[in-house]
Write a new protein. Structure first.
Length: 145
């Protein structure tokens, strides 16, 4: 079995984030993908009926959105920092800006501060256009050596 550091190295070498997704069970359950758009790291959550929280609207479940944003933050840290251990969540806050339809969803991570031991990140999710953000996550993570 490969170490997390080896998994990160292999994923970066092949530009395939699937092995990293496999290391985060909830990200795998959601069906997330990690994609490189030129040099920007983007996260993709495909449309799925199992992610519906309000069938009347219909709208995505808030917990699915929260898990997507948190997983995107952790995957971003693994990809960019090459840590030898999984980042540990200190706290994470979600601001739901508008109802997330049952559509494909994208997210990008904006590091606010990444130090030697702690990282503070902002994650923005959108569906139809990056100009119409549906949710923002802000989190702090402890980094492993």
């Amino acid at each position: 079995m490969m170490s997390l550091s080896d998994t990160v190295s292999a994923a970066k070498a092949t530009r395939d984030g699937a092995p990293l997704i496999a290391d985060i069970p909830f990200a795998q359950f959601l069906g997330m993908r990690l994609e490189l758009d030129q040099q920007e790291l983007l996260f993709f959550l495909p449309t799925s009926p199992r992610l519906i929280g309000n069938p009347i609207l219909p709208a995505m479940h808030g917990g699915a959105m929260a898990g997507f944003l948190e997983s995107a933050a952790m995957l971003h840290l693994l990809w960019t920092n090459g840590s030898i251990g999984m980042p540990k969540l200190v706290d994470f806050r979600i601001d739901y800006l508008r109802s997330a339809k049952v559509l494909d969803t994208w997210a990008a991570v904006r590091p606010l501060r990444v130090g030697g031991r702690v990282a503070n990140l902002r994650v923005e999710a959108w569906q139809e256009s990056p100009d119409r953000i549906v949710a923002v996550g802000s989190g702090n993570f402890l980094l492993s050596g």
